[in-house]
Ligand binder design. Structure first.
Ligand SMILES: Cc1ncc(COP(=O)(O)O)c(C=O)c1O
Length: 443
């Protein structure tokens, strides 16, 4: 290991003695010491104790400009007083396991903001992955077909069927142990942005649905082609807006791209920072959750019979409703500022690459204006340790990225937050140059 890395690790260990100790304890509780893959970082994760606005504080008293934002749930930053008031109010009666007016108001706001829900129906559940599972089953009943099409590397949650395409290459073979072959055989994993291939797959006639990850690098033309081809072949178009929803725009990726899917899957922001998943869209597809009085055949053999302890529990519904109300009222302020922040972060990466002269570019999705997963893409020939150095410098400089390298922003950063971030990026690229971990930019 190079002296540079040793020095950065020494600084990290010195700054985070409390986290180091906690990680040693955590190793005796959790596999690899963590409860989420994205929190697994070397030499050990930083243990946080509180958060407010755009900042988090760790057990050693260090503060960070935060770019995890509750895995993207917190568009307004931490501790937004309007959302905490909504949570507090609902906590008095969470969870009655009953119908509430609140859930109707929440669904009405979803219908107002999300284009595919406007004339449709809505259903809430516990998390995004569960919502994907519900949407897929509805699509299968609606079409009478079983095959599901997804894209290489896309993440749609933990459910086995849609987890098949997560890792690769080779996609469909990495990290699929424990997923039966019978399940894997029903999934087709496609590369991005190839409508000809998609037509060939649809033409076989066995596809129930295609699931797109709203926050993935599709071209606008491809998304338009998907809308046309799904209509032509009677395939259900499911847009996973768990991340892109209320983030790309008030109406999510479907508003941003101007393409309306049949069903949207929601999560994260729609629960205002509390656990949630939801589906919304075409009532002809959503109707299979419904009862039919006096129709024994429908009720016993056609409809989906499921429960869900956490369906529409008041904490998430109350905070999510408040979040959507704010978005509805303040969208003209929120989105221009969010886009400005995202552009600034992208520019910091580009400027730092320019100054240090190393072969690295800014990446994120959507590619034309990164808003999620903003971070460096190192050119070929970069050391596998480049990302590690990037993380160490950022963390040592008081910036906390998601998964050790990416930014998921809220719209509240101050000038000081952004300046600290810009300086940390510059410092890290300089370290990468000095350590010869990324080759010089080719002229
Ligand atoms: C695009 C996307 N879809 C689905 C999910 C799953 O959501 P949840 O973790 O709420 O199950 C995630 C989680 O991060 C996600 O990023």
């Amino acid at each position: 290991m190079s002296d540079l890395i040793k020095e950065l690790e020494r600084e990290y260990v010195e700054k985070h003695p409390g986290s180091k100790k906690l990680y040693e304890r955590a190793l005796r509780c959790f596999a690899s010491g963590v409860t989420h893959d994205a929190r697994y970082v070397k030499p050990f994760p930083i243990y946080m104790v509180k958060a407010d606005g755009t900042r988090k504080w760790d057990v050693d008293g260090n503060d960070y400009v935060d770019y995890v934002m509750g895995h993207g749930t917190l568009l307004f930053g931490y501790n937004d007083e309007r959302l905490t008031a909504a949570l507090k109010e609902a906590s008095a009666y969470a969870h009655m396991g009953s119908c509430t007016e609140l859930e109707i108001e929440w669904a009405e706001m979803v219908k107002k903001l999300v284009p595919c829900a406007r004339d449709g129906l809505v259903r809430a559940c516990a998390c995004g992955g569960e919502a994907i599972e519900m949407a897929t089953r509805l699509a299968r009943i609606y079409t009478g077909k079983d095959r599901v099409v997804i894209h290489e590397g896309c993440y749609h949650g933990k459910w086995e069927l849609i987890n098949v395409g997560r890792s690769g290459p080779p996609y469909g073979l990495c990290n699929v142990r424990g997923i039966p072959k019978a399940v894997r055989d029903l999934v087709t994993i496609l590369p991005y942005n190839n409508p000809d291939l998609l037509r060939k797959v649809f033409a076989k006639g066995d596809v129930a649905c295609i699931i797109l990850q709203g926050n993935a690098p599709y071209t606008k033309d491809y998304i338009k082609a998907i809308r046309e081809l799904t209509t032509e072949y009677g395939v259900v178009f499911i847009l996973d807006e768990v991340v892109s929803g209320f983030r790309y725009a008030a109406g999510g990726a479907q508003e941003y791209y101007g393409v309306t899917p049949d069903i949207a899957v929601l999560g994260k922001i729609v629960g205002g920072g509390a656990p949630i998943g939801a589906i919304c869209g075409d009532p002809e597809i959503m109707k299979y959750h419904g009862f039919r009085d006096g129709d024994d055949y429908w009720n016993r053999f056609v409809r989906i019979r499921v429960g869900g302890t956490w369906n529409a529990q008041p904490l998430s519904i109350s905070a999510g409703l408040e979040a959507m109300r704010i978005i509805d009222r303040e969208r003209d302020k929120i989105y221009p500022r969010l886009y400005e922040i995202c552009d600034r972060l992208t520019r910091y990466l580009e400027e730092a690459a320019e100054t240090s002269g190393i072969d690295v570019s800014a990446a994120g999705v959507p590619p034309e204006r990164p808003m999620v997963g903003i971070g460096p893409r190192f050119g070929s020939g970069a050391s596998p340790l480049a990302n590690y150095v990037y993380y160490l410098v950022l963390a040592n400089s008081g910036v906390h990225p998601f998964g050790g390298s990416r930014f998921i922003p809220c719209f509240k950063y101050t000038k000081e937050d952004l300046e600290r971030t810009g300086e940390a990026i510059h410092r890290s690229f300089e370290a990468l140059r000095k350590g010869n971990l990324v080759p010089p930019k080719k002229s």
